[in-house]
Ligand binder design. Structure first.
Ligand code: SF4
Length: 440
């Protein structure tokens, strides 16, 4: 194809925050090369679909998106987690131009450059590079590593994203500094396995601000906490080193918030999942964390209906939730993902209706716990980061105990004119099942 002065690229970004960061990198590279981004199919020369391949539902959504882009535009490049299964995509959609895997920005860019070249423009190089972000201006995802060294039997992420590779700590801190300087008030630290940060580098010493610094989560969190923005840790695997972070939370260096997927509470099921398998120990640790940082908010996710899960083991999980008194909980029904090692347990599969019933019971059980934890905030003064202003003097924000998009909100009535990113103090007057309410 001959080079043109300008070309436009459509972009569909699916999946988790880690995939969102990949999308931001590709969009930034496209912009830096001089491509424009098209908001619709018909004006685009080509459409890039960044896919997710985590569970069946996500695979279906990704395949539907590729199909739609092919029908509406005809020229499609596929990337992302599902791209790791290129034969699946090629068999179903032979017309796609290229298929690349997760975090393969360079491969996507070479497919774009060779199939849709733009004429060299000496002025493009003079334009300062602006990174594209898909989040609102006041918060940003900070990806600290790629891949994962674990072998959880229900998960195929390590086969799609590879082994753990931590980014140099100096470059993460520099990125964070630039983000905060540009107006970001909240940094959301993400990866597949945040607590493993630096393990692959043997905690090697890097440099930042002219000083040596070890590639380790404790050091990273401490330095991030000095930048003046909220720092929230996501996807923290329950390693012992998590304990070291709790004093940073009680000292206000990072937010008192842990997103820590426990997945189950039954010893036997956790062993089948190849996850840390001592729920008594987990409960003791949660109690210790709360004794150091009483207001810590803990968010976790669980899988119900894992092959062989008995009613007694499910009940153990409910008992654990009662004891653990977690703030927020997500629950997935187990679904077999092609290539996962748990598939060899198929003969022990839990029937679909039992899985759905258990999920509903778990959520109902947790619902009472989460609502009670929210009720306990009534009458307290909370610091709230404003996300948006709605009509009629209503501001929507979040406390430090709530992450954007997955947790709850604070709805402030009779609010003065506030802007996204403003931080205000407000007294909580009411709560419902999910959100808090305040009057300005
Ligand atoms: S920790 Fe387990 S669930 Fe998480 S990405 Fe690694 S293998 Fe998958």
């Amino acid at each position: 194809m001959s080079a043109q002065a300008t070309r436009s690229v459509g972009f569909i970004s699916l999946g988790c925050p880690k995939a969102t960061v990949d999308s931001e990198r590709i969009l930034s590279s496209l912009r830096a090369d001089g491509y424009s981004i098209s908001p619709n199919y018909d004006k685009a020369d080509v459409v890039i679909v960044n896919t997710c391949g985590f569970i069946d539902e996500a695979i279906t959504e990704s395949l539907d998106a590729i199909g739609e882009a092919l029908t509406e535009n005809g020229k499609v490049i596929v990337t992302g987690c599902l791209g790791a299964k290129s034969s699946l995509i090629r068999d179903k959609f032979p017309a796609v131009i290229a298929v690349t895997g997760p975090q393969e920005t360079d491969e996507v860019m070479s497919a774009i450059r060779s199939n849709f070249p733009i004429a060299e423009n000496p002025h493009v190089d003079l334009i300062p590079r602006h990174d594209v972000r898909l989040t609102p201006r006041h918060y940003a995802y900070l990806k600290i590593s790629e891949g994962c060294n674990h072998k959880c039997t229900f998960c195929i992420i390590p086969s799609m994203r590879g082994k753990l590779v931590s980014r140099p700590i100096g470059s993460i801190l520099e990125e964070a500094r630039v983000l905060v300087k540009s107006g970001v008030r909240e940094l959301l630290v993400i990866s597949q396995d945040t607590s493993a940060f630096g393990v692959d580098q043997k905690y090697r010493t890097d440099f930042w601000n002219g000083k040596p610094i070890k590639t380790r989560l404790l050091e990273l969190s401490t330095e991030l906490g000095k930048l003046g923005a909220w720092v929230r840790l996501h996807y923290v695997y329950p390693y012992p080193n998590v304990d070291d972070l709790i004093p940073l939370m009680s000292d206000g260096v990072i937010l008192p918030y842990l997103d820590i997927p426990f997945q189950h509470a039954s010893h036997r099921i956790l062993k089948l999942m190849k996850r840390p398998a001592n729920s008594e120990n987990v409960l003791n640790r949660i109690n210790t964390w709360r004794s150091i940082c009483p207001d810590i908010a803990i968010r976790s996710t669980f899988i119900v209906g894992f092959p062989g899960e008995t009613e007694t083991e499910f009940q153990e999980l409910l008992d654990f939730l009662t004891e653990a008194n977690l703030d927020r909980v997500g629950c997935f029904e187990y679904s077999a993902v092609e290539g996962a090692t748990a598939n060899h347990l198929q003969e022990m599969n839990v029937p679909d209706e039992v899985k759905s019933d258990r999920k509903a019971r778990l959520m109902q059980h947790q619902h009472k716990i989460s609502s009670q934890r929210l009720r306990e905030k009534i009458g307290t003064t909370q610091t709230v980061l404003i996300d948006e202003m709605c009509a009629e003097n209503v501001a929507i924000g979040r406390t430090q105990y709530d992450a954007p998009e997955i947790d709850g909100r604070v709805i402030i009535r009779n609010a003065p004119q506030l802007a996204s990113g403003d931080i205000v103090k407000t007294i909580i007057t009411d709560s419902d099942d999910h959100d808090l309410f305040a009057n300005a």
